[in-house]
Design a binder for this molecule. Structure first.
Ligand SMILES: Cc1ncc(COP(=O)(O)O)c(C=O)c1O
Length: 438
């Protein structure tokens, strides 16, 4: 029996019993399940960094508004598919005050999380032109959006942006878009999993390419305002959350309440479609929808078919949180800064013990400290490392499943790790370092 922080034999047997061909290639939810089983069998608590669950309490502004809405009886009534008017108005204000972008309230649509916002967007954006049937992922990225493509039977291409930062991004994008079959570009910013944040120059390049090749850009803002190197928290004042929307009219913004407002459980998000894209007509949409107008097909074709709108009380929760943020009464960014502070401490523990940060810069600046960071260990692939770390009570996912070419890399999510676990984390990392001299 090997002397590892978590009982070697139990971990070994639970991995075998899981039936997973490879821990490193398992999905996030499969890893969650495996760690739950090992924790139960060993009685040991893991440093759980595999899943991006908010680690903070939800905003009481949201929960109180939701309770009040439920008490008013909204639960019995189907919500309007277009969304509650008050929420649409605050959403439009939010976009103006925090992104400095004008979007009409009628083009801001509540969704069942950004997950559903992305699904609905793919349904419309990827089918608007018969000649354009491929999505381009600027990776690394959120694996479930590729799963959505598999479920839908949609085609995609992907590249790892690691080697194409800055001006190099232009030629790389052009090499895909010039083929003429790309309908949609998707990326998250800040990026899950790497936490890179595109520079203004890069967003401008993406916008220019979208204009040149008439491609729709889906900008996934799941980590809105969470690049803590800049203060995006003041409504109406610069700096604003950077966005491709400054450089093209072909965009859909996906705004999630899950991380910025710690409201993941209620599955409420927003899709904001540019005013000009919303009203554009695409005859090929008629193959699937009753209307050829982009926004109409989105609401009365896609959103209607998927869920017939979005949970009524959740909309009131989001309305209240956005209104408080817009009015300058609720600093939602301050609430989530804890993630950045924890990341700074945790990254140092990793690098002090032989680990390296994989995506470590935004061109010429050190990468921000935020919800995720990426790491590797000399001599290991990510797949090997993910399994070996299980014996040390540390769980994370490999970058392999995110479209990254950095096969040595893993993603750590800081949200669920409590500060009270830092001592354990440090001990386990040190033991790993001793057992595997780099
Ligand atoms: C990049 C990205 N997009 C979307 C989501 C899902 O957001 P929501 O909870 O609003 O569905 C996540 C959640 O982890 C994410 O990381």
């Amino acid at each position: 029996m090997k002397n590892t922080p978590i009982n070697y034999d139990i971990v070994r047997s639970k991995i075998e019993e899981s039936g997973l061909a490879s821990v490193g290639k398992a999905s996030i939810r499969e890893i969650v399940r495996l760690i739950n089983v090992i924790e139960k069998a060993t009685g040991e608590k893991y440093i759980r960094m595999e899943m991006g669950v908010p680690g903070l309490a939800p905003s009481s502004i949201g929960t109180e508004a939701e309770i009040a809405a439920l008490k008013r009886g909204v639960a019995s009534i189907y919500p309007d598919i277009e969304g509650v008017e008050a929420l649409k108005n605050e959403a439009s204000r939010f976009v103006k005050l925090f992104l400095n972008i004008e979007i009409d309230p009628s083009h801001c649509i509540p969704t069942v999380g950004s997950m559903m916002g992305a699904f609905a967007s793919f349904l419309v954006s990827c089918r608007r032109d018969i000649k354009k049937d491929v999505t381009l992922f600027i990776d690394p990225g959120f694996p479930v959006q590729k799963q959505q493509h598999h479920v839908l039977g949609f085609k995609y291409e992907t590249f790892d942006v690691y080697n194409y930062r800055g001006e190099k991004l232009r030629d790389k994008l052009e090499s895909y878009l010039s083929k003429g079959n790309i309908s949609t570009i998707i990326y998250s910013n800040p990026n899950n999993p790497s936490w890179i944040c595109f520079t203004i120059e890069e967003l401008k390049i993406i916008g220019e390419m979208a204009n040149k090749y008439d491609v729709v850009v889906m900008e996934d803002l799941a980590y809105f305002a969470m690049d803590f190197r800049k203060d995006y928290s003041k409504p109406g004042l610069p700096p604003f959350q950077p966005s491709v929307a400054n450089y093209t009219d072909n965009y859909i913004l996906l705004i999630s309440s899950s991380k910025a407002f710690s409201y993941a459980g209620q599955r409420i998000g927003l899709m904001a479609i540019s005013d000009s894209l919303f009203v554009r007509k695409f005859p090929d949409l008629k193959r699937y929808f009753s209307s050829d107008t982009f926004g109409y097909a989105m609401i009365y074709g896609a959103v209607y078919s998927i869920s017939s709108g979005t949970c009524h009380s959740g909309q009131y929760a989001l309305h209240a949180m956005l209104k408080a943020a817009n009015d300058g009464e609720y600093d939602f960014v301050e609430d989530v800064k804890e993630y950045g502070e924890k990341a700074k401490i945790m990254k140092k523990m990793f690098t002090d013990n032989g680990f390296r940060i994989v995506y470590d810069t935004d061109i010429d600046q050190p990468i921000a400290d935020g919800f995720y960071f990426t790491f590797s260990y000399p001599g290991f692939t990510g797949v090997q490392l993910s399994e070996e770390l299980l014996y040390y009570g540390i769980s994370a996912i490999t970058l392999d499943i995110t479209g990254s070419e950095r096969k040595e890399g893993m993603r750590a999510c800081v949200s669920q790790v409590k500060r009270t676990q830092f001592a354990d984390l440090e001990l386990r990392l040190r033991k790993f370092y001793e057992d595997h001299p780099a």
